[in-house]
Ligand binder design. Structure first.
Ligand code: GAP
Length: 434
């Protein structure tokens, strides 16, 4: 499908079907903050759950963590974020709009005035607030711009309580906040977002092989979600693209309707963060390998992805428009594991006892799967709504059901209908969803 207008179509579908709403919409919206509706919250949860299963539960060498969003202010001084987590900001002297200096030419994109930008000044992206009742500098705290620091400051706690040995990792999913100068492109760049991050602690000297391992593993995981490989690529950071903590980085990029952009990064952060925290806190953050009679500060390979950005990848990749029987249909071809609703249940007509049978089937299946029940409108319209929601299966109760207790199961993608015994639906869905 031509990508023209795809973003507008996605924003519109996301609102129409309850995936994503603008924050505080009734007040005119809050810049670059978005709310997830009934379907969006399920899709987001499925993304997180698949990541957690792959990165934590299925692996003996990675532990989970859920650290606070607010942390001691020294964390951000030690990590370099107070000093370095900045973007160059310029202001148009005519309309007073502000931009990232590296994203504009000499002409203001809003009012068109030329050569009227102020000299760039470095703008720190961290949000600040006050802790406690007194709003002075001593009470100032930062709202985390990455979840990674919560992992570093808990390195020893997790090591000592879990009995892990290097190499091992700590993973976390949580909100992060950045006062972006130019947010935009729907949920792509926002000021409040969620990260899925994992820090893998390795023996110095082995970071090269672990970097390769994680780069490939993360790419393969994204492919396992059903994202088209031709829309994915790895991009190696040039020295001037590297964050202050990294010596090597690869982005996993997707070809969005607005171009190729990163949605996950794999970073070699060396022993930078642990060393900084050891120096600042005065607490030893070494790993002691008693068997080898060695002690060292581990190196870290980080995998850092955005939940919201991956959700945008998933939506953009799944969206398609088709002609069926002379009619246009919009389909979200989500992989069944990701789909917010796994099956819809419809009585063919709202009479002859069909709704009663259908409601009972829906209630039975709901114990195991997210199910949508609908008995109003034409069956064609009900199918179309579920195609747009990405529901992979539609179960219809018809006249034959009342005779032989079989139902039809319509496949969203092939449109084929299969007759299945009503009491075999749960194993059928279990197998199809994987
Ligand atoms: N701990 C390393 C780190 O935070 P990053 O490249 O700045 O690295 C990692 O961010 C991921 O977080 C990005 O690939 C993106 O998916 C997500 N992310 C970062 N800033 C974002 C924003 N303003 N809006 C939405 N997602 C964002």
């Amino acid at each position: 499908m031509a990508e023209n207008g795809l973003m507008e179509k996605l924003v519109s579908l996301a609102k129409r079907r309850g995936f994503v709403f603008q924050s505080s919409e009734i007040y005119g919206g809050l810049g670059s903050v978005w709310d997830y509706g009934p379907l969006g919250v399920e899709l987001k949860r499925n993304i997180r759950d698949l990541w957690w299963q792959d990165m934590v539960r299925s692996r003996p060498d990675i532990e989970g963590l859920d650290a606070g969003i607010l942390m001691h202010p020294s964390v951000w001084e030690a990590s370099g974020h107070v000093e370095e987590f900045t973007d160059p900001l310029v202001e148009c002297r005519n309309c007073h709009r502000r931009f990232r200096a590296d994203e504009v030419t000499n002409q203001c994109p809003v009012c068109g005035t030329k050569d009227q930008f102020t000299p760039p000044r470095m703008f720190n992206l961290m949000f600040r607030t006050f802790m406690g009742a007194v709003e002075d500098e001593a009470a100032q705290v930062y709202i985390r711009p990455e979840t990674a620091q919560g992992i570093y400051v808990n390195f020893l706690n997790v090591l000592n309580s879990s009995r892990q040995r290097v190499p091992f990792g700590i993973a976390q999913i949580g909100k992060a906040f950045r006062n972006e100068i130019t947010p935009g492109n729907f949920i792509f760049r926002t000021r409040e977002f969620e990260q899925m991050e994992m820090q893998f602690f390795v023996k110095p000297g082995t970071e090269g092989e672990w970097f390769e391992y994680w780069k490939n593993a993360r790419f393969e995981w994204v492919v396992s979600l059903g994202i088209r490989e031709k829309k994915l690529r790895l991009h190696q950071h040039t020295p001037d693209e590297l964050a202050h903590y990294a010596v090597e980085a690869h982005d996993i990029e997707y070809e969005f309707p607005f171009g190729w952009h990163e949605f996950e990064g794999i970073h070699n952060r060396t022993d930078f963060d642990l060393t900084q925290h050891q120096e600042r806190s005065g607490k030893k953050l070494e790993y002691v390998d008693a068997a080898a009679n060695e002690r060292y500060i581990p190196y870290v390979i980080e995998t850092s992805g955005g939940v919201d950005r991956l959700l945008l990848v998933v939506l953009a990749d799944a969206y398609r428009e088709e002609e069926v029987g002379g009619e246009k249909r919009v389909v979200l071809g989500l992989k069944p594991e990701l789909a917010p609703i796994k099956a819809a249940v419809f009585p063919l007509v709202k009479k002859d006892g069909m709704p009663e049978v259908a409601r009972k089937i829906a209630a039975d299946l709901r114990r195991e799967f997210p199910i949508f029940y609908d008995e109003t409108g034409s069956i064609g319209r009900r199918y179309r709504r579920q195609d747009e929601a990405g529901t992979p299966f539609a179960i219809t109760i018809d006249g034959q059901t009342l005779e032989d207790q079989t139902v039809t199961v319509r496949d969203r993608d092939t449109l084929e209908q299969e007759r299945v015994a009503a009491d075999a639906l749960a194993p059928y869905l279990r197998k199809a969803i994987g």
